[in-house]
Ligand binder design. Structure first.
Ligand SMILES: C[S@@+](CC[C@H](N)C(=O)[O-])C[C@H]1O[C@@H](n2cnc3c(N)ncnc32)[C@H](O)[C@@H]1O
Length: 256
């Protein structure tokens, strides 16, 4: 399944009231939104028809989140759904996640694009391929190490995979507090040491299986005031159907 077809079904299942998109380009993924939307890209050139209540910002995601009130366009409502598809360098994607989670609720779903390179050339920090993932894939190891209480689901979409992150906590500061340590440990020079099982997509879930899972209604119906612990508890039984790795106790503490 192509990533846009998957995202289209995510919008249909979650019916988000608010949506954040980082990295817009021509507006192809943005065109899927029917929500109150904040979209950010320093160099967008939209050619697709847009059908949502849109506030579009021609700036970088870092600059946007440095503003006094990034939720002003939504009237203070946290984002229900976010698609992070901006600059494909590890530290940018990490900051995008930190900033987005801070403006989320426990029911928010964050989706990263381009987390499953097919080879080390695609994953290079210095781009030299047409299809480029950069080293965003490193986030999978970072989230497992520093935020084991999150549910992180790599999805086998075409061309370069998606990563779903659920069970968020806008109060959590673990990644921000360890930012420099994380970069020192996980930002690697090219050629990128991409794990073989990631390139072979051995531990990645088929897109239809993820779409058929039972957790979508829990996210869609959860109150945005619900606590992370409560949403994680509700998610657990449904996540178990995806396999052992996803059905673990989500109430654990952070590792660091
Ligand atoms: C892969 S394209 C986005 C494609 C779009 N999401 C889609 O699927 O139709 C990546 C976009 O990220 C934008 N970008 C680059 N650096 C960025 C930054 N620091 N903040 C936000 N967007 C950025 C680029 O200008 C480019 O348009």
């Amino acid at each position: 399944m192509r990533y846009l077809a998957f995202l289209d079904q995510v919008h249909a299942k979650l019916r988000p009231e608010t949506y954040l998109e980082i990295g817009v380009r021509n507006g192809t993924s943005l065109a899927l939104s029917r929500a109150r939307t904040v979209a950010i890209d320093p160099a967008y050139s939209i050619t697709d028809e847009i059908s949502c209540d849109l506030r579009l910002f021609r700036t970088s995601s870092d600059e946007y989140f440095n503003r006094a009130d990034p939720l002003a366009p939504t009237g203070g409502r946290p984002f229900d759904l976010a698609f992070i598809d901006g600059l494909h360098l590890f530290e940018f994607a990490l900051r995008d996640f930190i900033h987005t989670e801070r403006h989320s609720s426990a029911k928010t779903l964050i989706i990263f694009d381009d987390v499953l390179p097919r080879n080390r050339d695609q994953a290079a920090r210095v781009r030299h391929t047409i299809s480029w993932t950069g080293d965003v894939y490193s986030l999978i190891a970072v989230l497992a190490r520093y935020r084991p209480e999150l549910t992180v689901i790599p999805v086998n979409t075409i061309p370069t995979g998606l990563l779903l992150v659920l069970g968020l906590d806008p109060q959590n500061r673990t990644l921000a507090d360890h930012y420099h340590e994380i970069l020192a440990e996980h930002r690697q020079p090219d050629p990128q040491p991409v794990p073989e099982e990631l390139m072979d997509r051995l531990s990645v879930l088929p897109s239809q299986r993820v779409l058929d899972a039972g957790f979508w209604d829990i996210l869609a119906d959860a109150d945005s005031e619900a606590s992370p612990a409560q949403v994680r508890r509700d998610l657990q039984t449904q996540l178990a159907s995806l396999g052992d790795a996803f059905g673990r106790d989500g109430g654990g503490e952070e590792a660091a």
